[in-house]
Design a protein around this ligand. Structure first.
Ligand code: KG4
Length: 350
């Protein structure tokens, strides 16, 4: 492998692992283009959070190439598991359970993480948990000390998913609505590609939008009319509107176009989330997934939040794909006896 980037964080940092009585879990994540391994204690304390990002491998294709992703996971995962254990100061013998994402995602990629977890579970005789990636994302803020009573609303916004859930308990997610076409992150990636700004689009669009001087909300007219109980999202309209606008006004400044795009793309999320919270009388919310690392989204959520509403968002390293969220969520499955057999399979869809 010639190009890659790895990062590692401990959030919150705790360099002296608990030993007696604590449940030390290993989490693995390989659903898309990040290989990740993490050690979490009691579903709360992150001892290590190692992430290998394949972005450089896929950049030339402006999207994730499934076979390249699977092969990179295969090369990386064993070394990453060793690093996660070493950074946490624990060994295989200390593990109380092992967990891996099993759905949704790229099947060839999911297989690498799940099969690695099965091998460890089999060799060590410890419980295996096959985790839903979407539920794991919504668990991320609880690794940073946030507390939220059930039920709460969970808005998941990433490159592959844009969906709103009512979360009634661990493993009890009720889908309220999802995108009918593109995911929010996918819209950022496609607009970025169209403008020749690179991949992934979200971070670059956020950075360029901040430099816009004239801050017109050119695309606000495509915002959906609020309708009770309609929690669907759509991003094909804004994508087409931006492309048509650029064709008609080729001289307009890139920063002003991406500012206008970002405002409306994010406002779609904020409107839907707060409409659902107020319509359903649930003032507690989690916003997670790669797009949740957007600073402007955080500002808009704060601007429109009512005093009795609580919105928790993970810090950026826990917004994008990571394995700490997998290990953390799995702790609660183990605690309630919901573990998986070694025959468990992966699934492209949740
Ligand atoms: O959750 P994630 O790491 O991977 C999955 O899609 O599962 O999310 C990646 C997505 C990409 O579409 C990327 O463009 C978007 O999240 N993203 C952002 C930002 N950072 C990442 N979108 C908007 N603003 C950002 N700052």
């Amino acid at each position: 492998m010639t190009s890659n980037s790895t990062r590692s964080s401990s959030a919150p940092l705790n360099s002296s692992p608990k030993t007696s009585g604590a449940a030390i879990g290993l989490g693995l994540e390989s659903s898309c283009d990040e290989t990740a391994a993490a050690i979490v204690v009691d579903g709360r304390t992150v001892l290590s959070n190692c992430i290998y990002s394949q972005i450089d491998l896929h950049r030339d294709y402006a999207g994730v190439v499934p076979e390249i992703a699977s092969r990179a996971h295969l090369e990386i995962i064993n070394g990453l598991i060793a690093r996660a254990l070493a950074e946490a100061g624990v060994g295989f013998g200390d593990l109380a359970y092992v967990a891996s994402t099993s759905r949704p995602g790229l099947v060839g990629s999911l297989l690498i993480g799940l099969q690695s977890a099965k091998a460890i579970a089999f060799a060590r005789g410890i419980p295996l948990v096959a985790v839903n990636h979407l539920e794991a994302h919504l668990y991320a803020p609880f690794l940073e000390g946030h507390e939220l009573a059930h039920p709460y609303l969970g808005l998941l916004v990433s490159g592959g998913n844009t969906a709103l859930y009512e979360v009634a308990g661990v493993g009890d997610l009720r889908l309220l609505g999802r995108t009918t076409d593109d995911a929010a992150g996918e819209a950022f990636d496609k607009i970025s590609k169209f403008l020749g700004l690179g991949y992934p689009g979200g971070p670059v669009i956020e950075r360029i939008a901040r430099t816009a001087r004239e801050r017109r909300r050119i695309f606000a007219k495509i915002l959906p009319e609020p309708r009770p109980d309609d929690y669907r999202f759509s991003y094909s309209g804004i994508k087409t509107a931006v492309i048509n606008h650029l064709r008609q006004h080729p001289d307009e400044k890139t920063e002003e176009i991406v500012y206008a795009f970002q405002e409306t793309a994010l406002e779609i999320l904020v409107r839907r989330l707060y409409a659902a919270a107020r319509g359903r009388g649930i003032p507690r919310m989690v916003v997670a997934g790669g797009v949740a690392s957007n600073g402007r989204l955080r500002e808009l959520l704060e601007e429109h939040r009512l005093p009795d509403e609580t919105v928790v968002i993970p810090s950026p390293v826990l917004c994008t794909d990571n394995a700490a969220m997998v290990a953390g969520l799995a702790y609660h499955y183990v605690a309630s006896g919901r573990t998986d057999s070694l025959e468990t399979d992966v699934h492209a869809r949740a």
